[in-house]
Design a protein around this ligand. Structure first.
Ligand code: ADP
Ligand code: MG
Length: 387
């Protein structure tokens, strides 16, 4: 990928204007899966892969964006850009402009953007939110508007929900805005507050992409899982009306009234309730520098995701089992929506290279598939870059 100085030079060559530069990372979720739509807790970290945007203002009311990755550009009047979705990569930056305008921010003068990123696209590391947040930082910075980070995150989520049309939670945009070097970010998704949890600098986050994505008939099993959780929640609410979301329920509630639910609802609810507890315990583990404990919590989270939420798959379980056998690996689990995608592993830095090699070889031998493996530290959230 281009360095910031190279990107600035490219932008200047294309638009004959000196740009400002902004960066926004991708992210990985360390623990806390399928808790966000129950008002619960998640603990992602921003990663060392990012999207860079060079931006300069225009006066002709056009949005001109060039994606180096796609080797494509779009050039449209803002009024047209914000009324018709292009169903392409340009919807992500355009969606952010749309969401800014919805907040009565005047974007009508237009902007020139040059975009380049090294967040793997479509690998579950949220390159989409990274483009959105980088765009929001770039446009707000150009307009000289100061906006609280949580508001920027909500705005970018709205861009993806309402303009792009993807039903995503707040986690990605939030951690991409609020990430801090060498810290995980525990987000309370009900109150949109967060707690930083320090990750020792001699630990690496290794992400193994299984390269498989099993699509179930109903769109990945997501809709069924959500309906099962809703049904379980509804039963608990009949006994304890003060339960607004599963975040308010306890294992004790499940022990008392779980028998009124379907077996599936009971297990999905148990996953969410125990996962919230694990996230809170994981903060304490990082705060007390107890990586062994953190690894145990990752392991329990994987078993719960696999057995109670039933969203793992054979390839992912192979990766997790392989990881658990490697020296220097504290913990491994399926991360993201499930049914394929990536595992996240916490590995001692001086074992990370050997870990990566062993995972490549072991996974190839077991499945015939070459995994993509990314190594990262927890990185900073979005920021301006000076060149
Ligand atoms: P993920 O967020 O997991 O990477 P998504 O499908 O949500 O996967 O988002 C990927 C999409 O985001 C890409 O197909 C593209 O439209 C957009 N995108 C990501 N990075 C870039 C980039 N550098 N330039 C243009 N578009 C990008
Ligand atoms: Mg995405």
């Amino acid at each position: 990928m281009q360095t910031p100085a190279e990107l600035a030079a490219l932008h200047k060559q294309t638009f004959n204007a000196a740009p400002k530069l902004y960066a926004a990372p991708g992210r990985v979720n360390l623990i806390g899966e399928h808790t966000d739509y129950s008002g619960g807790f998640v603990m992602p970290a921003a990663i060392d892969f990012s999207t860079l945007i060079a931006i300069s203002p225009r006066t002709d009311g056009h949005f001109f964006a060039h994606s180096v990755n796609f080797n494509e550009h779009i050039d449209k009047p803002i009024s047209e850009l914000l009324t018709v979705r292009a169903k392409s990569w340009s919807d992500y930056p355009a969606g952010v402009l749309w969401a800014l305008r919805e907040k009565s921010i005047d974007v009508s003068a237009g902007f020139s953007l040059t975009i380049v990123g090294n967040v793997p696209l479509g690998a579950g590391l949220s390159s989409s939110a990274s483009v959105e947040v980088a765009t929001a930082f770039a446009v707000l910075g150009t307009l000289g508007i100061d906006m609280p980070l949580s508001e920027i995150a909500l705005l970018c989520q709205r861009a993806e929900n309402a303009f792009v049309g993807a039903n995503v939670g707040i986690m990605d945009q939030f951690v991409i805005c609020c990430g801090k070097q060498d810290n995980a970010v525990m987000i309370d998704t009900r109150f949109l507050t967060y707690t930083l949890a320090p990750i020792p600098p001699d630990v690496r986050i290794v992400i193994c992409n299984s390269m498989v994505k099993h699509t179930l008939a109903d769109g990945g099993g997501y809709n069924t899982r959500r309906a099962e959780i809703e049904a379980g929640l509804h039963i608990l609410q009949q006994h304890r009306p003060e339960i607004v979301a599963l975040r308010d329920a306890t294992l004790d509630d499940l022990a008392r009234w779980g028998s009124e639910m379907s077996e599936q609802s009971l297990r999905r609810c148990r996953h969410v309730i125990t996962e919230d507890d694990r996230v809170l315990a994981a903060v304490l583990a990082f705060q007390s520098k107890d990586l062994t404990r953190f690894g145990e919590l990752m392991h329990q989270a994987h078993l719960s995701f696999r057995d109670d939420f039933e969203a793992s798959c054979p390839e992912i379980d192979i990766l997790v089992n392989l990881a658990n056998k490697q020296t220097g690996c504290y913990g491994a689990r399926l991360t993201g929506g499930g049914f394929g995608g990536c595992t996240v592993n916490l590995v001692a830095a001086d074992h990370a290279a050997a870990f990566t090699k062993a995972m490549h070889v072991g996974y190839l031998n077991a499945t015939g598939i070459t995994a993509e493996i990314y190594t990262s530290r927890a990185s900073a959230g979005a920021h301006a870059i000076s060149v």
